[in-house]
Write a new protein. Sequence first.
Length: 389
Amino acid sequence: MTLELFEVRPESLTEFIRLPYSIYPKDGRYVPQLERELKKELSPRENPFFRHAEAKYFLAARDGRPAGRVAAVVNLLHNEFHGERAGFFGFFECREDPEEAAALLGAAAGELRRKGMEVMRGPMSFSTNEECGLLVEGFEHPPALMTPYNPPYYAGLLEGFGLRKAKDLYAFAYDIGGSLPEKMLRAAAIAQGREGVTVRPIRKDRFAEEMEAFREIYNSAWARNWGFVPLTEEEVRFKGKLLKSIVVPALTLIAEKDGEPVGFLGLLPDMNRVLWHMRGKMNPVTLVKALYHSRRVRDLRLLLLGIKPGFRTRGVDALLYREAFGAARKLGYERAEFSWILEDNEAMLRIIALMNARLYRKFRIYEMPLTGGLPQHEHGVDPAEAEGV
């Protein structure tokens, strides 16, 4: 049975995008992205991520049938910011076949090594600013918006290739119905009273300006986090266009002190319930389904929370939580996922423990050195010989 590897050209992405349908034909938890939006994300012409990065996409086929996919990514901004030569793999999907996985991961590793990278890390699609990590615990739960889902056997495929844990990312489930702990309410009152911090919803009629305020807070608040990559103005505009239609202003808040933005919180409706019914397509039928199911979304994802360094420990985060979850209860939402949280982010973990949120899913980022030679696999496919499609 012949195993072949193909490099996918940017102008021919449809097969790469649709590959997961052959991996998840009977898995009711898999939620495909909208194909139209994913094509924009993967395109160097559309996505400003490629102003500071490059990617190659590979497909594996067995006897002419799709077997898996992977992307090899060099993010120059990441390497400049962290002072390292790290390459990344992402968009990994594969059948339960170590030979096929080795061919795909070997293609990514070989490409990254030829680019001078010294370590391969992932899965990241494309960076920590997007979907990242491999699901390793909590397979019984459906994925929240913009979080990974994969079969349990993926970890074995990655570890069999020689990849090892770099960092775990946590997802916590929180029931919105109750009130916040008294300690947090006191901190929120202090921030609002003594500190003079105010909180307001974002203004959709000035969405570009609001997203720039978010970018300023995000790049300041997250700068010391593991794996952080600064967001550029173009990237924020690009991502903002994708998210604007689902943003609920009452749940997307900016904290200000004397008119200066100092904190940002974004609770997004978990539209995966809607996307599941759309099956990657956007047409009159799926749009009707989207309208129907969007009215039944009761879950949220806490996607964004950032406080400028000079305003931490002053109750700003508590004030944002109070206002956001108060609004969420009034709007009829029932649950929220806090994700993702670094396993060693002690400050955030303390807050989550105080709120009695429960750890229910775990993602893992892997890495391996590229400087000592790649793992040898008896049936591996040489990525240098991959054909273009």
